[in-house]
Each structure stands twice: as structure tokens, then as C-alpha cells.
Design a protein around this ligand. Structure first.
Ligand code: NAD
Ligand code: USQ
Length: 404
């Protein structure tokens, strides 16, 4: 298949592009390299030394003989070029990772809130318009998030995207409807993914586009079989307070002897998936497109759910790291239950990697190998969700909490 990977320079996009190329697909990466620019602005770098995009694709060619093309393009701001690209390449599938994906960065201040909404909503809409007008048979596979659902268990497993409801009509008779699961985003970033869902619903219905939306949990780990093939293919690994996700942060914190930064009690339950399963799931989703004219296919891309404190105890148990309960900069439930259905991926053949695997050890070893690249001043999470959380953060002596 001819596949365009939008956001293919990023943490999920790069290993996915390699995996799809390795499977024999004709892959083109499209990226504006904004994630690298944000690192420069924040004064932080990936834990792992990532090569430039030119070096990456040259190394892939050298190691495997396979070609991955690269197009430098901003999908939010260069809509005409995007239309031309879609028209000229007539892809069988596009994978859409190209959004600002960090919740803390999206809550950092007014500029970051506006940037996240402008970038994510314009980018997604421009892509839908380009496909509609220039290659309407293309299958769009988008990376959504578990966070569109909110994280409350409500006593039942979170279904895959839709909820069956029954309402009484004006005559008092029961009427059944299938609706999008009501969204409850917990950050500006998560809100953009909720808005993306409505864009998808409209274009699937109005233009019969084939759309799959993958509601993914928090990704952990970093390397895949393909990124392991050469040091120039290494994947990015974020650990800082803005972009680092919780388990990867704990693994880096443990590697440098920093206490594990549990927000509040750590009773927050979240869904997790290993990066190796991310790339497998995307391949499975590409191979199982919805029929034209059917509703958006929504799949939950998760392996398991755990609480933050369970994760911290797991990492502390393996490494001897200390646990610090720090003030929570986020406005989120202190504790929640979360049960998620991942029935479709299981039916498609996914046997998910769970946390107690040897991959956890390998990620710890990778963190230790690159520990000299860590700037520990960038570890504390500092983007407060609202003024009350900001006051609570200000009232805490974070350094003292971390060394207590
Ligand atoms: P990332 O920031 O590492 O990668 C995103 C890539 O998109 C970057 O290379 C960036 O330069 C590019 N990009 C952003 N805006 C663009 C634009 N306007 N034009 C062109 N390129 C643009 O993020 P990631 O962790 O790889 O996440 C990829 C997708 O998966 C995101 O949409 C994210 O919401 C979703 N997701 C990620 C996780 C996770 O834990 N990392 C979990 C669930 C869902
Ligand atoms: N947390 C800590 N300590 C830390 C960092 C985080 O306790 O040092 C807590 C947070 O308060 C939160 C939980 O861990 O309760 C998860 O935070 P996270 O930063 O790992 O994940 P999140 O902000 O939800 O975002 C990440 C990705 C995002 C993706 C989402 C999937 O950045 O792109 O959409 O995971 S999900 O969480 O399932 O919505």
C-alpha cells in the first residue's frame, strides 16, 4: 500500500513508519518538525540522541535497502500544498499523528492553548478536506486518545467510541439511539481530540470517507525491532515535565536517582500500551478499513489499566527508587476506576504486552545508558491547570518534597 505518515518524525510516528516500511509498504513521512522546535524553546532534549530526519531515512536505506520519503510540510498552515500532496500521491491510507500531544504543554499558558487548538483542529480539518477533494478513497487512520472519554469507570467498561442509549419520545415510547460516547476532556489537548471526533463524524457521513479513530492510552517504552537496528534509527524519549508521560518519566527518574514524582495520592487510574503494540495496532487498523458510508470506526488501543501509585511501586520495587507525593498541577480526580474494552484489537489478533515484561528492564537500561543527557531541572511538572492549582503549586516547596 502507499501510506503517508503525518507526524512521522515523532515518538509514535517514527517507529510506525519504519514498521510499515519493513512490512513492504511504500511510506512517505510528512512532518513540520515542530516537536523538535518545541524542545529547543523549552530548553530540553530527548533522553535518546535522535538523528535528523535526513540521517534517519538515509540510515534506513543503508540498513534495509528500503526507501522512506520525507516531505517537510505544516498541515495546519499549508493547506494548498497538502491538497497537492494528496492529489499527487493518491495514498491507500494515511496515518495522522501530527498534533500537539502534551496535556501539560496545552495548559502552560494562553499562547500554548491557542497553538494547540489552532494546530490540531486546522491540521485535522485540512487533511479531511484534502482527502475529500483529492483522494476520497483513502483510509484515514487517526490517533485519538482515551482522554476523550474522561477517566470515570461509571460501573461499566468504556465501550469503543459509541454508547447505546434509550430515550422516551414525545408519546412516551422508548427509542434506541447509538451516540458518540459523551466526551469529558481533562485538558485543552484532550479537548482537541474530542473536537476531532465531530469532524470525523461529519466527513464520514457527508462524503463517505473511510475513517478509523484509535483511542490510545499512555504509551510506554521507546524502542521497537526496527528502531533497534541502528543507532541512527533510535526513537525519541521524552522525560520532562511537559512532554514526558508518567511511566517513562518514572523510569528515567529511577535511572538518575530522582524520586518518583507521584501527583497527589497516585490514585489516578490510566490506560497503558507499549510502543511495540502501538505500531502493531496501527498496521492491524490499516488492514481492516471501514466500508465507505459506514460510521467512523473507533477502537480502544490499550493493553491494561493501572493506578499511578501502582506504577510507582512497580518501578520502586525494581530499582530501589524513592517515591515522592508532590502537589498535583492538574485539575483531575484524585482517584478513579477505569475499565476499558479493547475487544476489537484482541479480535484482530493483538496479544498485548503487559507491564511486568522484560521490556520494562530494557527501558530502565536505556535510561541508564543515556542518563548523562538528563537535565534534572526539567523534571518537575510546572504547568498548572488553573489558578487554584497554581496557588497550591506555589505553596509547596517542590525541592523539599522531592528530597524528603
Ligand atoms: P510527538 O509530538 O512525538 O509527534 C507528533 C509529530 O507531529 C511531531 O513530529 C510533530 O513535529 C508533528 N506535527 C505536529 N503538528 C504538525 C503539523 N501541523 N504539521 C506537520 N507535522 C506536525 O507525539 P507522539 O507521542 O508521537 O503522539 C502521536 C499522536 O498519538 C498524537 O496525535 C497523540 O495525541 C497520540 N497519542 C500519543 C500518546 C503517547 O503516549 N505518546 C498516547 C495516546 C495518543
Ligand atoms: N502523573 C504523575 N506524575 C508524573 C506525570 C504524570 O503522577 O510525573 C500523572 C498525571 O497527573 C496523570 C497521569 O499520571 O494523572 C497520566 O499523565 P501522563 O502525562 O502520563 O498522560 P496524559 O497527560 O494523559 O497524556 C498522555 C499523552 C497524550 C495521550 C494520553 C493518553 O501525552 O498524548 O493522549 O497520554 S490518556 O492518558 O489515556 O488520555
Amino acid at each position: 500500500m502507499r501510506i503517508l505518515v503525518f507526524g512521522g518524525d515523532g515518538f509514535c510516528g517514527w517507529p510506525t513508519a519504519l514498521h510499515l516500511s519493513s512490512a513492504g509498504h511504500d511510506v512517505t513521512i510528512v512532518d513540520n518538525l515542530s516537536r523538535r522546535d518545541i524542545d529547543i524553546k523549552l530548553g530540553v532534549q530527548s533522553l535518546t540522541p535522535i538523528a535528523t530526519m535526513e540521517e534517519r531515512v538515509a540510515a534506513w536505506k543503508e540498513v534495509t535497502g528500503k526507501t522512506i520519503k520525507f516531505v517537510l510540510l505544516d498541515i495546519a498552515r499549508e493547506a494548498d500544498r497538502l491538497c497537492q500532496l494528496i492529489e499527487n500521491s493518491q495514498p491507500d491510507a494515511v496515518v495522522h499523528f501530527a498534533e500537539q500531544r502534551a496535556a501539560p504543554y496545552s495548559m502552560r499558558g494562553s499562547a500554548e492553548k491557542r497553538y494547540t487548538v489552532d494546530n490540531n483542529i486546522s491540521g485535522t480539518h485540512n487533511l479531511l478536506v484534502a482527502i475529500t477533494h483529492h483522494a476520497p478513497n483513502t483510509h484515514l487512520v487517526h490517533l485519538g486518545t482515551m482522554g476523550v472519554y474522561g477517566y470515570s469507570g461509571a460501573g461499566f467498561s468504556i465501550p469503543e467510541g459509541y454508547l447505546d442509549v434509550e430515550v422516551r419520545d414525545d408519546a412516551g415510547q422508548p427509542q434506541s439511539r447509538e451516540i458518540l460516547f459523551p466526551t469529558k476532556p481533562g485538558s485543552v489537548y484532550h479537548m482537541t481530540k474530542s473536537l476531532d471526533q465531530l469532524l470525523f463524524q461529519f466527513y464520514a457521513q457527508n462524503d463517505q470517507l473511510k475513517i478509523t479513530d484509535l483511542h490510545q492510552g499512555i504509551v510506554w517504552g521507546t524502542q521497537t525491532d526496527e528502531t533497534n537496528m541502528d543507532s541512527r534509527l533510535i526513537n525519541r524519549f521524552d522525560y520532562d515535565g511537559e512532554y514526558g508521560t508518567v511511566l517513562n518519566r518514572f523510569l528515567v527518574e529511577a535511572a538518575i536517582g530522582h524520586p518518583l514524582t507521584v501527583h497527589g495520592t497516585g490514585g489516578q487510574t490510566r490506560a497503558f500500551i507499549n510502543i511495540r503494540d502501538t505500531v502493531r495496532c496501527i498496521e492491524l487498523a490499516i488492514n481492516a478499513p471501514p466500508e465507505p458510508g459506514s460510521k467512523v470506526k473507533i477502537l480502544n488501543q490499550v493493553a491494561e489499566t493501572l493506578t499511578v501509585i501502582d506504577l510507582a511501586n512497580l518501578v520502586a520495587g525494581r530499582t530501589g527508587a524513592k517515591i515522592a507525593h508532590v502537589a498535583n498541577p492538574r485539575a483531575e480526580a484524585t482517584e478513579n476506576d477505569l475499565v476499558v474494552s479493547n475487544a476489537t484489537f484482541r479480535a484482530l489478533g493483538l496479544d498485548p504486552i503487559l507491564l511486568d515484561s522484560t521490556l520494562l528492564e530494557r527501558t530502565i537500561a536505556l535510561s541508564q545508558k543515556h542518563r548523562e543527557r538528563v537535565n534534572s531541572a526539567m523534571i518537575p511538572a510546572q504547568s498548572a491547570w488553573n489558578s487554584q492549582r497554581q496557588q497550591e503549586l506555589n505553596a509547596h516547596d517542590l525541592a523539599a518534597e522531592l528530597t524528603a
